[in-house]
Design a protein around this ligand. Structure first.
Ligand code: ARG
Length: 469
């Protein structure tokens, strides 16, 4: 970076005669991080300039020149014909610097009634208004992949687990529908965050508003915000919107991490519930036989970044006196990393999940031998009129009888043997205790019966296909 140009881009050169050395200047600069908000910075400046003209603060010709040049800078940056000056302090200084270099005094009018404190706040909110809906779309696409698999496997019996011990027979479709519910809430959380961040901080200035007759309503409307923020000091001190987005993304990443933990287990030789596609696996540099679920592991690992970023943001704000402090510049690196991480992980998870081949035979086999039907035996007796606690005890005694006799399932006992534990057992108990019957009997809303899972799938599809859903 050429020295003179850098000095030109320093917006505060008038006050300080001495400048930080190159290393110190680079230390306090944020251009490498905030350059991704160039388009938003330009959008914000165009709206601000139009408003300044509308209020008679700058002449209409000046506003027209600013608007045209800002648009051109935006196009040139997008086309790559204008390179971001990496020696600039931040994206705001860089763009104002280019504007002034090209327009002279007209360029010098744009910052009237504005501070980089409200400018960076508006840029970040605009950026999130663009990016968060994209993340919601990534989520919707991921949910659709899971629901396609869920539909395919609405009748595929597998063990449901508690304490990682086989608990009750469910279906794979049910398990995948459960995952989809979690991602559906993530979409909702991001939508909620968008509602609250939909206020425009422009006009807040450094912290106290402006003596100029700015029209905050007009600029908020022009930028597509629902309204201007209520209090200028709050506008420049607040990063709740960043926290909310980072929080929602941390929760999302924790969800993906848990799904991936299931997948890593399922891909093991011990479970063999799933065969991951070769293209979504990696080998070992030493062990020739290996096919590792690295993508699932890495997504699980990357959830740590998102949690770390959230903690970074919370820590950043915790001791911060009102209003703006330079500490806040650190917000973007953490938030952007959470956004990039979530977007990449959703895409990778989707590819891995879409190409995964499940093994219904192994899943069904895992339902045998662990007395997963014991709860059903107890509920069978409840249906015949026995109080639940007695039914639970009778079923438990039957399980003990089986274990003592080396039997693997309640249905291996004769009816006469069953009747020694409860006279209410009848011949129809055998059909009721098949794993498929156990799953199919759970028809109530939220249950794992195939037709109920299909209803859940339809509802989740409806939510993700509704534009505002
Ligand atoms: N680069 C700064 C940030 O990201 C912009 C605001 C700087 N304001 C200031 N008074 N130093 O927060």
């Amino acid at each position: 970076m050429k020295e003179p140009e850098q000095q030109q881009n320093v917006l505060w050169a008038g006050r300080l005669e001495e400048k930080p050395g190159a290393e110190a200047f680079a230390f306090q600069a944020s251009i490498q991080v905030d350059r991704r908000m160039a388009a938003e910075d330009i959008t914000g400046s165009r709206a601000h300039a139009a408003m300044l003209a509308g209020q008679g603060i700058i002449p209409p010709e000046t506003a027209a020149a600013l608007d045209g040049e800002l648009a051109r800078i935006g196009e040139e940056l997008a086309a790559g014909t204008l390179a971001v000056d990496e020696g600039a302090e931040d994206i705001h200084s860089f763009i104002e610097g280019v504007l002034t270099a090209r327009l002279g005094d007209a360029g010098r009018t744009v910052h009237a009634g504005r501070s980089r404190n409200d400018q960076v706040a508006v840029d970040l909110r605009l950026y999130l208004k663009t990016v968060v809906p994209r993340l919601r779309d990534e989520l919707a696409d991921t949910i659709q992949v899971l629901l396609d698999k869920a539909e395919e496997h609405a009748e595929t019996i597998m063990p449901g687990y508690t304490h990682l011990q086989r608990a009750q027979p469910v279906t794979l479709g049910y398990h995948l529908s459960a995952w989809s519910c979690a991602l559906d809430r993530d979409r909702g959380r991001l939508a909620d965050a968008l509602v609250r961040l939909d206020e425009c901080p422009l006009g807040a200035g450094a912290l106290a508003g402006s003596t100029l007759p700015l029209d905050r309503e007009a600029v908020a409307g022009a930028l597509g915000f629902a309204r201007p923020t209520l209090n200028a000091m709050d506008s420049v001190a607040d990063r709740d919107f960043a926290l909310e987005c980072a929080g929602a993304l941390s929760i999302l990443m924790v969800h993906l991490s848990r799904f991936c933990e299931d997948i890593v287990l399922w891909a093991s030789e011990e479970f063999k519930f799933v065969d991951l596609a070769e293209a979504w696996s990696t080998g070992s540099s030493i062990m020739p036989q290996k096919k590792n679920p690295d993508f699932a592991e890495l997504i699980r690992g990357k959830s740590g970044r998102s949690i770390g970023n959230l903690v970074t943001l919370l820590t950043l704000l915790k001791g911060l006196p009102y209003a703006y402090n330079k500490d806040l510049q650190e917000d973007k690196e953490a938030l952007f990393d959470s956004i990039d991480t979530a977007a990449a992980c959703l895409r990778m998870f989707r590819g891995m999940a879409a190409s995964a081949v499940f093994n219904p035979r192994r899943m069904k086999a895992a339902c045998a031998g662990g007395f997963l039907e014991a709860t059903d035996a107890a509920e069978y007796l409840v249906r015949k009129g026995l109080p639940f606690r007695r039914a639970h005890e009778a079923a438990a005694l039957v399980v003990r009888d089986c274990v003592a006799a080396g039997q693997k399932a309640i249905t291996q006992r004769t009816l006469a043997e069953l009747k020694t534990r409860s006279a209410l057992f009848e011949a129809d108990v055998y059909a009721a205790l098949e794993p498929e019957a156990c799953a199919a009997a759970r028809k109530l809303p939220g249950g794992c019966a195939p037709e109920e899972v299909r209803r859940q799938i339809r509802e989740l599809r409806r939510r993700t296909e509704t534009p505002a859903g």
